[in-house]
Design a protein around this ligand. Structure first.
Ligand code: ADP
Length: 179
């Protein structure tokens, strides 16, 4: 299942994010940046040691206390098809105020980093909707609004992909997205 939106600048699809042939894939990381479960574990397994080595360097230099929620950093893609991985830390869902803004920031900061590096294609997972339990319909509204606003102001990014593990998740996204 694949669907183009916004004249092809957005692609919604079902698949394995780690196999995407784009300039950067985005990792739903945790603040420690040392890998973990879910899509984070899959990216480190598929991309190999080079990603972890760069994450360690980032922890030693820029973020000794860990990467804050809503921020993003970039590393090599290692053995992945994607040349880069952008690591961002999604909010853990709790229903408390500010979670939407933190999730939106993950998307906006990742896109800004990609654009600053001259990257043109970027693929996202559904950040925070797994282990971090953000409601999937709500995450779809937040993610689509953040990406739409970014693309309206930036024309260097050619395509943003939303890659879902299941058909059901892709459908939930399409039903709630504001594209
Ligand atoms: P978080 O901790 O931010 O919730 P998770 O990795 O637990 O991150 O889940 C985020 C989303 O990524 C979930 O919807 C999950 O189904 C999905 N996911 C997990 N592995 C992959 C993968 N290889 N490709 C695409 N999506 C994936």
């Amino acid at each position: 299942m694949e669907q183009e939106l916004l004249d092809g600048r957005v692609l919604v699809k079902v698949g394995d994010l780690t196999k995407e042939d784009v300039d950067a894939i985005v990792n739903a990381a945790n603040s420690g940046l040392m890998g973990g479960g879910g899509v984070d574990g899959a990216i480190h397994r598929a991309g190999g040691r080079a990603i972890l080595d760069e994450c360690k360097r980032i922890r030693e230099t820029d973020w000794p206390e860990g990467l804050p929620t809503g921020r993003a950093v970039i590393t090599t893609g290692g053995d992945l098809k994607a040349r880069h991985v952008i690591h961002t830390v999604g909010p853990v869902w709790s229903g408390r105020p500010g979670k939407d803004e933190q999730l939106a920031s993950c998307y906006t900061e990742s896109l800004r980093l990609a654009a600053d590096q001259g990257l043109r294609t970027i693929a996202f997972p559904a950040i925070s909707t797994g282990i971090y339990h953000f409601p999937k319909d709500r995450a779809a509204r937040v993610a689509s609004a953040a990406v739409k606003a970014f693309l309206e102001e930036n024309d260097s990014i050619e395509q943003v992909r939303f890659v879902f593990f299941s058909e059901g998740d892709a459908r939930t996204f399409l039903e709630n997205s504001g594209f």
